[in-house]
Design a binder for this molecule. Structure first.
Ligand code: TIU
Length: 236
């Protein structure tokens, strides 16, 4: 059994590490770069860059260990048929979903601005979920894919903490997944909202799950893979 130091108490990794997935929410140019959706909403998008190196390290670790990886993208079809009026018409920004901006149409699948940032681009074989909502389960095959792969534990990362990351974590928690939000692999346009989200996740005995810094995960994964190796009988 491998435990990660976490809050409100230790997070137990599954015995079989292939049941643990890294979920990377919406690390897209639309949220991270000037000229995209986040910028159109009036946010300082560049502050999200801070998590990229640590998140890349976590992604590289999962890749090296051959563990499951899920990337999500918030996006809509070109005809916006999957974007309800309540989402389309919300806000008073200069550019709305579907409008043409400097990186193509805002939040539309396949446009340059809608892609994942190059540092974290998915590799073949990794799961990519295109989602019309804030949560990654709503209107997507994510639930059935996780079930089919026998995944029970999720490390949740990405942007923005209190919007798509938290919504996805709550959806996952209600579906019975053991979820941990990685503190230094998620970011918000509002530092106080990030802090509040981390606190509300781990309040009340971890009512939505756990939080921990990436360092705790690296340590626990190293210990778990060492103990898995020691359980293997050496060939004679
Ligand atoms: N606006 C904002 O903070 N976030 C979103 O609209 N989507 C995600 O969080 N991905």
């Amino acid at each position: 059994m491998s435990l990660a130091a976490a809050r409100p108490y230790e997070y137990e990794l599954p015995q079989d590490l292939s049941k643990l997935a890294l979920v990377i929410i919406d690390m897209q140019r639309d949220f991270m770069e000037p000229g995209g959706f986040g910028d159109a909403l009036g946010n300082d998008v560049l502050r999200l860059q801070a998590i990229v190196p640590t998140l890349k390290q976590l992604l590289d670790t999962f890749r090296a260990m051959g563990l499951p990886i899920v990337h999500t993208l918030e996006c809509h079809q070109a005809d916006l048929s999957d974007c309800p009026p309540s989402k389309l018409n919300r806000g008073k920004g200069a550019l709305k979903i579907g409008d043409s901006g400097p990186m193509g149409r805002i939040l539309v699948a396949g446009e340059a601005g809608n892609g994942i940032i190059p540092e974290l681009a998915p590799l073949p074989g990794e799961i990519v979920i295109m989602k019309p909502g804030k949560g990654a389960f709503y209107g997507t095959p994510l639930g059935s894919i996780l079930l089919e792969k026998g995944i029970t534990h999720l490390l949740i990362t990405g942007v923005t903490t209190e919007v798509c990351v938290q919504t996805t974590m709550r959806e996952a928690n209600d579906r019975g997944y053991e979820c941990l939000m990685v503190e230094d692999c998620t970011e918000s346009y509002f530092p106080e909202f990030k802090q509040a989200t981390l606190e509300m996740v781990r309040a009340q005995g971890g009512i939505v799950g756990w939080t921990a810094p990436a360092a705790s995960i690296f340590q626990a994964l190293a210990a778990a893979s060492k103990s898995q190796m020691s359980g293997v009988t050496a060939p004679v």
